[in-house]
Design a protein around this ligand. Structure first.
Ligand SMILES: [Zn+2]
Length: 178
């Protein structure tokens, strides 16, 4: 792998999670395939640009930096993990999702959808910071949006019995089953 990234095996079922929005699946798929046009890749393709992360300016923008190591995304990752009650790892996250064992399939699917939404929103913030002077706000730009989305998906979907709803967890993350 080009950036020394841990190899994530067959993330197909993770990145194409059915509860995620298609644009979230797509960004996750590009990330999984190492095809996101982060600055390190643009430079490798010959573009003469400043390679620093537009969000924190503290490191070269690689996909690992952007999604996990950047102080901004790290705070988002922590915030989403605290909210969901899981420790989301900073490395091999898609693989962690793939191996996630939970009694409630519903909970597992929603956690994965939240992580894909997190990727998408961090990418969105990155693009916003590239174009304009923005003070990235983790709660406003990422955590709050991911929470809103996951709550609406959780409430909307008609879960069948095989999903085994985890009511205690739903109360904690404020998903009210209808
Ligand atoms: Zn950064």
């Amino acid at each position: 792998m080009a950036h020394g990234r841990p190899r994530e095996e067959d993330p197909y079922h993770v990145v194409w999670n059915r509860l995620a929005l298609p644009k979230h699946n797509f960004i996750a798929w590009l990330y999984a395939k190492d095809r996101l046009l982060t600055k390190d890749r643009l430079i490798k393709h010959g573009l003469l640009i400043d390679g620093n992360c537009d969000i924190c300016s503290n490191a070269i923008e690689t996909s690992e930096h952007l999604f996990f190591l950047c102080s901004f995304s790290n705070r988002c990752l922590q915030g989403i993990g605290d909210w969901l009650g899981v420790d989301i790892p900073e490395h091999g996250t898609l693989d962690w999702c793939r191996k996630l064992k939970m009694k409630s399939l519903m909970k597992k699917q929603l956690i994965i959808a939240a992580i894909l939404a997190l990727y998408y929103h961090v990418w969105w913030v990155r693009n916003k910071c590239r174009k304009e002077m923005v003070l990235p706000h983790p709660q406003l730009f990422v955590i709050g949006r991911v929470q809103q989305l996951i709550r609406s998906v959780g409430n909307r979907k008609l879960w069948n019995t095989k999903h085994r709803v985890d009511s205690e967890w739903c109360t904690k993350v404020d998903i009210r089953m209808q």
